[in-house]
Every structure is written in structure tokens, then in C-alpha cells.
Design a protein around this ligand. Structure first.
Ligand code: FAD
Ligand code: SIN
Length: 528
């Protein structure tokens, strides 16, 4: 199957849809997405979307909070774009029919989340992502009618004469295909699935980052992985997210004796930046030898169940009453600040290739993302990428099939793929997780580089087995994260090195990037 289109969008979350919304009337748009259209982190987003629209708030204050959470590494021009254009685009979302919760006076009800100095988070109870996705999709499908191919997994980029000309993909039934496009956008989301413990859905395996790296694009800031403090922690259960908005409404973190401990670790208590809450929880659990919990027992149960119906229902499935029980929680990999290095219009270092949303790295989040700034990022930088793609003049849609088109996965690919994958994910959690140090990171980098050498030779063909591609991408993205974490010899934001516990602005107030060879970290374009 060979398809041509003007604009190709890979992914169907908020970044993809925001890009698509800008392409009305500009030409044919094709969306390829790996699972059902609604499957991705966007659909699971709970807490909300941050925007400076409330009384006492301003884009300048939102920028200051974003920069403080980013711990000295935010790309400030990107932050200005985020907070100013973000407030306008959230207004547009409302015009497009997104329904956010309102207070008794009819005004938009704004929630508080960690490290925000004011109430700033618009929400649709605890399922905000689903509501935003619904509204944007309705707008896009009414105005643009893009072709959408679901269950189409993109494996690699077509690179010709040093430019991205499209992608290769395969479908569920094993059909291999290729798309040629004037401009290609990767909006493939994050990579939480490279860790054994994650809030992310199964599709979040860092595919866009892996394919962009293999195609020679620059990948920046991969050491910065955000671990959300409060994922459900019941034996055998999923690491389901318990939104930070719970703490915004007063939920308390308590140790096994029922003592509220966060004030001993940070003056902002439960509403400290995420990385600090997550590390404090682990330290408290180690100190007491017993796990910590989230408690809403002091709040009105009717309010709790009505405000957080999704979390409440999920807790009930595990025999827990969100309002009455102490809910066992622990950190889990949640968001990747690093990704495909782009400018403020989504252009990657590979001509013809754009990236937006969690897969991209504009530097806007620095070393640690402020809560609820990610949906906003997808909305804002997706729209900017869409406008830049519209202006692409170069046509890359030649009619011949790409080279290597139609080849098959070699039989030699490891048949214990699932076991190897689990081993890598466990190693990432143990050695490249919340607390890192040189010996563990060196071991991880060596193991991942060896593993990559082993699986990389299979990438010269076009594998069509989904598990094989998952392993290829997970190993590569893990290697990029571990290498960057070994390179950065300081602690900053979400990256904590037990052997370098202090922030070191003199040597490390800079972004690193990886290009071409795994394990080599050099100066990023974001520093310019
Ligand atoms: P996604 O929404 O993840 O979409 C990625 C898309 O790419 C999917 O459609 C996927 O199927 C597709 N894809 C991936 N690989 C391929 C491939 N190889 N081929 C084809 N398609 C592919 N942020 C906030 O700001 N506020 C919140 O309240 C919030 N809550 C969250 C709750 C949870 C449980 C999680 C996991 C995240 C939350 N986040 C939140 C983060 C935020 O949801 C994500 O960062 C954001 O939605 C990412 O949007 P995206 O468009 O970049 O990617
Ligand atoms: C949450 O609801 O806690 C997630 C918010 C986010 O990731 O920004």
C-alpha cells in the first residue's frame, strides 16, 4: 500500500488534533494512529489544562511558575509562547464546545495543583483530556474531514536527500505500507512505557523519538523524566493515576502511622513540585519501612465522589473508598520533558519533519513540567506546527515506492521479546528512576547499548511484528534516557543524582542532545 498526501500526522492526541485544526483548506490531511483514535495520554488526562484566565492571574505569573518548576532550564521564549497563546487557545476550546466545570456563579471553576501560585487549572471533573479531545475532534472532523487510519503503526521515517519524505507503517492485519507527504508531523506522545511503573497507556513507547533518532534528527533533554507522586499502588493493579487535583482540593499524604509528613520535606507540603513530592514519599517510606497513602478522610465524601468520579470508581474496583479509606500510592513514570528537538514552530532538525506535544522538546518545561501544562503544550505548539506545515512549499510526494518497501522481519528476531522487554523496563525503573547514580547508570547504559546493538540490525528490514517494534523502540529510548542521565552530573528538576545532589548552574545550565550514535551527548540547539 503506497499512499500520498499533502500533510501526514502521526498520532491522534491533542497535539495531532491541534495541528490538524490549522490545516483546513490547505490540502489533504492523513492521520495515522497506532490504536483506536481515542487511545493516548490525552484521553486519560485527569487534572486539567492550565491557563491564566482567572482573577489575580496573568500570563506573566503563569510564566514565573512554569520557569520556577523548570528549575533553571526552561527555554523562556517557549514559555512566553505557551502562556500567552495558551490563554487564547483555551478560550477557543470553549468556543469549540469544550465544557469545563463551573462554580455556583457560572464562572469557570479553576483548580489548584502543585507549584501553581494561584488556582489556574480548567477541568471537566477528573476526565479533562477526554472532554478536550471530544471538542477538538468535533471541530476538526466538521471543518476538515481528514482521512484517519487507525491501528496503523508507523515504524520509520522515509529519508531522501537528507529530508523527511513520509513514513513506513504496518496495520493490524500485517499489511505494510508507506506514505509520502509534503510535510510530516510526529505527535506520538510520551514514553512512560519504558519504565515498569508508569501512569501512561500502552501506546506510549516513545516511537516518534526512536524513529526520529534513527533518521538522524536531534533528540534533546532525555534525562528529564517526570515521576508523578500518586499512582495507585495495589498488588497486581495498574498504576492508575490519582490526580494532583486531589491534593489541590486538600488530600493529604500520610505515612503508615497516619502522620502527615510532607511539611518536613518542603514548605509547600503536598503542593510542592512533583519531583520533590515523589522523592519525599520514597524517603518517608524508606524511613518508616512502610508505604505511604493519600487520605481524603477529612473532606466531605459527597464532594469527593462528585468531583472525582473516575478516580472514585477506579478505587472502588480495588475495594477502596476514595473518601473513607487511605489510598495506597507511590510514584510512577508519567511525562517526558525531553524529546525531538524542535523550534517554536515544531520544526525538527530534519527538513520536512515536524514534532509537537509530548514527543517534542521545545525546552518549554525545562527540567520539570508544571502540572497541567502538557495539554496546553499540545494545544499551543500543535497549532504552531500546523501553521508552519501549511507554509511548506517543497513537495516530497514522488510516486515510486520507497526503497526497502515490502521487506519482512527476519526470523532471527528474538522470540523471547516479551521477557526481554520486561527486563529492560524493570532495569529502567530500578537504575534510571527517581534516584540515580553513576554505577547504576553505567551498568544500564552498557546493558542497553549491547541490547541495542543486538536489536538494531533487525531495523534494516521492515519488521511487521508489533512486539518486535515495541522492543526496538523501548530499548533505543531507554538507551537515550540512561545516556543523558549519566551525562548530567548534577541534580536538577526531575533528574536526581545521589552522587551529585546539588544543582550546578556553572557547568550544567544547558541542554544536551543526542544525534546519530547512542550514548554520545553533545550541545543542543536549544542553548542558542
Ligand atoms: P498522546 O495524547 O499520548 O497521543 C499520542 C498518539 O500517538 C496516540 O494516538 C498514539 O496511539 C499515537 N502513536 C504513538 N506511537 C505511534 C506510532 N508508532 N504510529 C502511529 N501512532 C502512534 N497533562 C495535563 O496537562 N493535564 C492533565 O490533567 C494530565 N493528566 C494526565 C493523566 C495521565 C494518566 C497521563 C498518562 C498523562 C496526563 N497528562 C496530563 C499528560 C498529558 O496527557 C500528555 O502529555 C498529553 O496528552 C500528550 O499529548 P500528545 O498529543 O503529545 O500525545
Ligand atoms: C494530574 O491530574 O495529576 C496530572 C496532571 C498533569 O500531568 O499535568
Amino acid at each position: 500500500m503506497l499512499v500520498t498526501t499533502d500533510f501526514l500526522i502521526v498520532g491522534s492526541g491533542i497535539a495531532a488534533l491541534s495541528t490538524a485544526a490549522q490545516l483546513t483548506g490547505a490540502g489533504e490531511v492523513l492521520i495515522l494512529t497506532k490504536a483506536e483514535r481515542s487511545e493516548g495520554s490525552t484521553g486519560y488526562a485527569q487534572g486539567g489544562i492550565a491557563a491564566a484566565i482567572g482573577p489575580g492571574d496573568s500570563p506573566a505569573l503563569h510564566a514565573a511558575d512554569t520557569i520556577r518548576a523548570g528549575d533553571g532550564l526552561c527555554h523562556e521564549a517557549a514559555v512566553t509562547v505557551l502562556v500567552t497563546e495558551g490563554a487564547l487557545l483555551v478560550g477557543q476550546l470553549i468556543d469549540w464546545g469544550a465544557t469545563f466545570d463551573r462554580d455556583a456563579t457560572g464562572a469557570i471553576a479553576l483548580a489548584r495543583e502543585g507549584a501553581h501560585s494561584v488556582r489556574r487549572v480548567l477541568h471537566a471533573r477528573d476526565a479533562t483530556g477526554r472532554e478536550i479531545e471530544r471538542a477538538v475532534w468535533k471541530h476538526v472532523s466538521a471543518n476538515l474531514s481528514p482521512r484517519v487510519l487507525t491501528h496503523a503503526s508507523v515504524t520509520d521515517l522515509l529519508v531522501e536527500d537528507g529530508e523527511c519524505a513520509g513514513v513506513r507503517f504496518f496495520t493490524n492485519d500485517g499489511t505494510a505500507g508507506a506514505v509520502r507527504a509534503r510535510a510530516t508531523l510526529l505527535a506520538t506522545g510520551g514514553a512512560g512505557q519504558v519504565f515498569s511503573d508508569t501512569t501512561n497507556p500502552a501506546v506510549a513507547t516513545g516511537d516518534g523519538i526512536a524513529m526520529a533518532f534513527r533518521a538522524g534528527a536531534r533528540i534533546a533533554d532525555m534525562e528529564f523524566v517526570q515521576f508523578h507522586p500518586t499512582a495507585l499502588s495495589v498488588p497486581g493493579g495498574p498504576r492508575f493515576l490519582l490526580s494532583e487535583a486531589l491534593r489541590g482540593e486538600g488530600a493529604q499524604l500520610v505515612n503508615a502511622d497516619g502522620d502527615r509528613f510532607m511539611a518536613r520535606y518542603h514548605e509547600a507540603g503536598e503542593l510542592a513540585p512533583r519531583d520533590q513530592v515523589a522523592r519525599a514519599m520514597v524517603q518517608e517510606a524508606q524511613r518508616t519501612g512502610r508505604p505511604v497513602s493519600l487520605s481524603l478522610q477529612h473532606l466531605d465524601p459527597d464532594f469527593v465522589h462528585a468531583r472525582f468520579p473516575l478516580v472514585s470508581t477506579t478505587c472502588r474496583r480495588f475495594g477502596l473508598d476514595l473518601a473513607r479509606d487511605r489510598i495506597p500510592v507511590g510514584p510512577a513514570a508519567h511525562y517526558l520533558m525531553g524529546g525531538i528537538e524542535t523550534d517554536l514552530d515544531g520544526r525538527s532538525s530534519l527538513p520536512g519533519l515536524y514534532a509537537a506535544g509530548e514527543t517534542a522538546c521545545t525546552g518549554v518545561h525545562g527540567a520539570n513540567r508544571l502540572a497541567s501544562n502538557s495539554l496546553l503544550e499540545g494545544l499551543v505548539f500543535g497549532a504552531r506546527a500546523g501553521r508552519a506545515m501549511r507554509a511548506e512549499r517543497r513537495d516530497r510526494r514522488r510516486a515510486e515506492p520507497p526503497s526497502r518497501y515490502g521487506s519482512r522481519i527476519p526470523d532471527a528476531f528474538p522470540d523471547n521479546t516479551e521477557a526481554v522487554l520486561e527486563e529492560v523496563r524493570r532495569m529502567m525503573w530500578q537504575s534510571v528512576g527517581l534516584f540515580r547514580d553513576r554505577p547504576q547508570l553505567e551498568q544500564a547504559v552498557t546493558a542497553l547499548t549491547d541490547r541495542w546493538t543486538d536489536v538494531a540490525r533487525h531495523v534494516t528490514a521492515l519488521p511487521i511484528r508489533a512486539e518486535a517494534w515495541k522492543l526496538v523502540n523501548v530499548v533505543l529510548v531507554s538507551g537515550l534516557i540512561a545516556s543523558a542521565a549519566l551525562w548530567r552530573e548534577e541534580s536538577r528538576g526531575a533528574h536526581f543524582r545521589s552522587d551529585f545532589p546539588a544543582r550546578d548552574d556553572l557547568h550544567w545550565r544547558r541542554h544536551g542532545c543526542q544525534q546519530g550514535a547512542l550514548g554520545r551527548v553533545s550541545e543542543s540547539g536549544l542553548n542558542r
